[in-house]
Design a protein around this ligand. Structure first.
Ligand SMILES: NC(=O)c1ccc[n+]([C@@H]2O[C@H](COP(=O)([O-])OP(=O)(O)OC[C@H]3O[C@@H](n4cnc5c(N)ncnc54)[C@H](O)[C@@H]3O)[C@@H](O)[C@H]2O)c1
Length: 462
């Protein structure tokens, strides 16, 4: 099949690369020429500057120029296309609704080019972006408005999780395809031929609106489950003495009906999707007069969770932030990615700066560079207080406290780093419960404050 992928971000680039691995002829298109140049080079360091996913650069290196091509000129690649995948940004508006400005602009460009094509073969426009229920219909109207002939629209939401995107794209748990016409189902069956009739992959054919709804329900369900553990499980561990949160989790999730995924309490879930998708579903449900209390609670618990350890440090560990130096470890929203979008670390660092700290010494194995764009001193002079380090050890040295904000595996060895780098009194704020041997730290005079447990200081050993 000849496939065009519009938008080469996390979703589009991974989809394009994996489709090219399966022998489709894939043309990935983006209006950001810098990205197109970087990806066409096939060089890992250039690709990973934009999208850093394990295994991705390797596939691109193998397939670029053979099955995978990059372009910023849609007209030059349109002839003969069977499917055009829209993998465009759909950020939130201030009121929570989905902003379709990028999506509509790309759809208009595609419609204009399609109207002028010569081949006349059936082409299906496939939504991979997360878009409100009814957007496939809206897309259909845009394309029709340009008198395009022989086209269909489909919804094929993306469920990948960053950090494992390539593995998941190669072997998803499900492929959801929503179409109106048999001809379009057939085209998508050929695109996904390796997944159709697979013993372990659910290939689900439905209406475009159902496919759009599946994505929102799935994402808000995941966030609600995370918020349940943070808003209920963690709070029990923090407020009832002698309750061990890890044992609580094990005991509860021993039931096959209750997921282990999402039961690890934390300083909130970040990333580009959960927050905006729940806000969008709240908006969509309110617009049809449905109560959204449950979704609002999930959202609020998650936001509160991002910074409440800092408040607890003041009230429970008597820590004073003013003029102190704090290390923050783990900037990206999770391990194995450099994606800073909606990362919990942003709220943590902003909160620390608001409390008057003198310096924030930060470290992330992949995201130091992308963080510099987020904490741009020309936007906020306080960001000048942020210093970037190449190792956790260097960030921790000469600090008064550390905040662990992501789940990078290397942080599991942090107790030794802390012992070697800084003497007590010293406060460890563990937003991810990453330090298994925290009791040894407390025995040596350090204070330890984690999500899901009461504060542990040398004076208040538990
Ligand atoms: N990132 C994820 O983990 C994830 C997972 C599932 C679904 N999604 C959804 O997929 C969509 C894309 O997400 P993403 O993370 O890949 O976004 P992204 O911002 O990383 O990538 C979007 C790309 O679209 C390009 N673009 C913007 N306007 C364009 C235009 N007019 N023509 C061509 N290209 C254009 C941008 O330059 C960018 O490269 C969103 O709706 C998101 O909610 C994302």
């Amino acid at each position: 099949m000849k496939i065009i992928v519009a938008g080469t971000g996390y979703v589009g680039l991974v989809h394009a690369a994996v489709c090219s691995e399966y022998g489709h002829e894939v043309y990935a298109y983006d209006n950001d020429i810098n990205k197109i140049n970087a990806f066409s080079s096939g060089q890992a360091e250039k690709i990973e500057q934009y999208v850093n996913e394990p295994g991705l650069a390797g596939i691109i290196k193998e397939t670029v120029g053979k099955y995978l091509f990059f372009s910023s000129d849609l007209k030059a690649i349109i002839e003969g296309a069977d499917a055009i995948f829209l993998c465009l940004p759909t950020p939130p508006n201030l009121n929570g609704s989905t902003n379709l400005v990028f999506y509509d602009a790309a759809a208009e460009d595609i419609a204009q080019v399609l109207a002028e094509r010569k081949d006349g073969r059936r082409v299906v426009l496939v939504n991979k972006s997360t878009v409100p229920i009814g957007t496939a219909r809206h897309l259909q109207e845009i394309i029709k408005g340009h008198n395009v002939e022989n086209f269909g629209v489909a919804s094929n939401p993306e469920f990948l999780a960053e950090g494992t995107a390539v593995t998941q794209a190669r072997k998803p748990d499900r492929v959801v395809v929503g179409c109106d016409h048999e001809a379009d189902f057939k085209i998508l069956c050929r695109v996904y031929s390796q997944f159709v009739n697979h013993v372990r992959i659910k290939y689900i054919e439905t209406t475009p609106e159902t496919a759009e709804a599946i994505k929102y329900v799935a994402n808000t369900m995941l966030l609600t489950y995370i918020s349940f553990w943070n808003g209920v499980g963690a709070k029990i561990g923090e407020n009832f003495s002698n309750v061990r949160i890890d044992d609580l989790r094990l005991g509860v999730t021993a039931d096959d009906r209750i997921s282990t995924w999402g039961s690890f309490v934390s300083n909130g879930a970040g990333g580009s999707c959960f927050g905006k998708d729940i806000a969008s579903l709240i908006y969509q449900l309110r617009s049809v007069n449905v109560s959204t209390k449950m979704l609002e609670a999930s959202y609020e618990v998650n936001e509160y969770q991002k910074v409440y350890l800092i408040e607890r440090a003041i009230t429970e560990a008597a820590f004073k932030f003013n003029n102190r130096t704090i290390a923050v470890l783990g900037l990206a929203f999770k391990k194995h990615t450099n994606d800073m979008r909606d990362a919990s670390s942003i709220k943590v660092i902003e909160s620390l700066l608001g409390k008057g700290v003198a310096r924030v010494k930060v470290y992330d194995p992949l995201a130091n560079e992308s963080a510099k764009h987020v904490f741009d001193p020309s936007q906020n002079i306080l960001f000048e207080k942020i210093e970037y380090y190449e190792t956790a050890r260097k960030a921790v040295e000469e600090s008064d406290a550390v905040f662990v904000s992501s789940d990078c595996e290397e942080f599991r060895g942090l107790s030794r780093t802390i012992e070697e780098a800084v003497p007590p009194p010293y406060l460890v704020m563990d937003g991810r419960r990453m330090i298994p041997d925290f009791e040894e730290l407390i025995a040596k005079g350090y204070s330890y404050l984690a999500v899901g447990a009461v504060a542990m200081t040398p004076e208040n050993k538990v």
